[in-house]
Design a protein around this ligand. Structure first.
Ligand code: 5AD
Ligand code: SF4
Length: 468
């Protein structure tokens, strides 16, 4: 039996192990081959590590670099200037960046790369001073002063025009719009509040204008971004909350999503809105971190597991076809076997479609880092086993849920054009990632029947009719 699903709705292919955030994203190059021919042309390479906020910051820096007359290249050895826009959330992120910095030092000694800039969350952290000395970095910028890059590359007086108020890349089919920065929570394990600062929200009209402008320039998919988007409230005192903003944006843009949310801020009416509005993708990313009330308390998350479960019930009822993803940390100091069992129980109850599972990583300056050597610390071997158990539970469940989609006919938004294996990567309105054999361009839609499914992705057949 096939049913056509055009409820609006929902995920980027979310790997179950790691966030795309920790994978360096090479920005699309103007000249993927190598150094452009004009000898006088300056070249720059931007590498992005981390979350979508960082991808968005890289977009803004890219515009400055292009404005300053640089050509973008993909390989370090072809670049005069290399910008590493970094993530600081987990220790291995820093190790990874160190690897890149080591390679860049060598290329600088060989005279191939001239300048290296370190930006983003590591740039905002203390540790950057030591990296600056060790690797002779030319410019260090945090997350609040990326506009200073303008000065560095010879764009005078750009502070005004490259503030965070400005949109990212315009004219592309998909765009990220930052609605708030920073975070007012103080989760025990997290460096974000110290590197990104307290929450600052953009005025509603400002966001709506940006969305309107983006849509006018061809954007077909808008993602609202922030560390806790659902904590957004209008700084101009109108009393509007995230629910109101999302509703407004859903009237302006043909396709909308938002990330990341905090369970304590997520209102039931917002969850219902996802199901009601045709233009909102039916996927929800709601980090739970643990299923144990004891751990949630130690983490200062501000909710109990049953409250989280109730939110999920509301979401499942409001968006029955929707997809749900979460973040889970295993091995936080003090986590016992019982706590872990409770996380497994919650994974079972919530039936996640995907999850980012992390092993606790002590981040200096955080409360939990101070406990990493305490008797309650979880040994690596135990953390690894728990990590695999949670991952397996999520994966089995996701696989079962995906199998149920086989036979349904879906309208699929094309995110990435057809690649070497002849399939484009798209997303259904319920937020499932789909591979589909089509030459349709990113930003377009095709309608196809789901023929098979893995734990992470659905596979669709030949589209019916032409792309729209
Ligand atoms: N250790 C492990 N995971 C962490 N995260 C944040 N800080 C840490 C840490 N110190 C995870 C959380 C968060 C996601 C972005 O990264 O699950 O939701
Ligand atoms: Fe970090 Fe907690 Fe804020 Fe999320 S809510 S950014 S985990 S402090």
């Amino acid at each position: 039996m096939s049913s056509i699903t055009k409820t609006n709705k929902n995920i980027t292919p979310i790997p179950l192990v790691k966030k795309p955030s920790l994978t360096p994203t090479t920005v699309p190059a103007v000249d993927p081959g190598g150094r452009p021919d004009a000898e006088s042309t300056r070249t720059a390479c931007i590498r992005t590590f981390g979350c979508q906020m960082n991808v968005h910051d890289s977009d803004r820096m890219r515009r400055m670099i292009l404005d300053a007359g640089y050509t973008e290249v993909t390989r370090y050895e072809d670049a005069d200037l290399v910008v590493l826009n970094t993530c600081y959330v987990r220790e291995n992120a820093v190790d990874r960046v160190r690897g890149h910095l080591g390679e860049l030092s060598r290329l600088k000694r060989e005279g191939r790369v001239k300048k290296v800039a370190l930006t983003g969350c590591i740039g905002a952290a203390e540790e950057s001073r030591q990296l600056e000395k060790q690797y002779s970095i030319d410019l260090i910028l945090g997350t609040h002063n990326t506009y200073e890059l303008a000065d560095f590359i010879g764009l005078p007086g750009m502070e005004e025009t490259h503030t965070p108020e400005l949109p990212g890349t315009e004219g592309e089919h998909t765009a990220f719009v930052t609605i708030m920065t920073g975070c007012n929570y103080k989760c025990s394990y997290c460096v974000v509040p110290s590197v990104r600062g307290r929450m600052v929200c953009r005025p509603m009209e400002n966001v709506v204008h940006e969305v309107r402008r983006l849509v006018g320039s061809g954007t077909r998919y808008v993602t609202l971004l922030g560390q806790t988007v659902d904590a957004w409230r209008d700084p101009e005192g109108s009393g509007n909350k995230f629910f109101d903003l999302l509703g407004r944006v859903a009237e302006e843009a043909p396709r909308v999503w938002f990330t990341t949310s905090h369970p304590s801020n997520m209102e039931d009416r917002t969850l219902r809105l996802i199901g009601e509005r045709e233009t909102i993708v039916g996927k929800l990313h709601l980090p739970v971190q643990s299923g144990s009330d004891r751990m949630l308390k130690a983490m200062h998350r501000g909710y109990k597991s049953d409250r989280y479960r109730r939110k999920i019930e509301v979401f499942r009822e409001a968006v029955p076809e929707g997809t749900l993803s979460t973040d889970i940390i295993v091995g936080h100091p003090g986590e016992t076997e019982e706590d872990h069992e409770e996380t497994l129980r919650l994974v079972e109850d919530c039936s996640f479609d995907s999850a980012y599972v992390f092993k606790f990583s002590p981040r200096s300056g955080t409360e939990a880092a101070g406990l990493a050597k305490s008797p309650g610390a979880v040994p690596e071997g135990v953390a690894q086993r728990r990590f695999l158990e949670v991952l397996r539970a999520v994966e089995q469940n996701a696989f079962k849920r995906n199998q149920r989609k086989i036979g349904s006919t879906e309208e699929i938004y094309i995110r990435h054009a057809k690649n070497g294996n002849g399939r484009a990567v798209g997303e259904t309105w319920s937020g499932h990632a789909v591979h589909v054999p089509t030459t349709a361009k990113p930003g377009g839609y095709v309608t196809s029947k789901i023929e098979s499914a893995g734990p992470h992705v659905l596979y669709a057949g030949e589209p019916v009719g032409p792309p729209r």
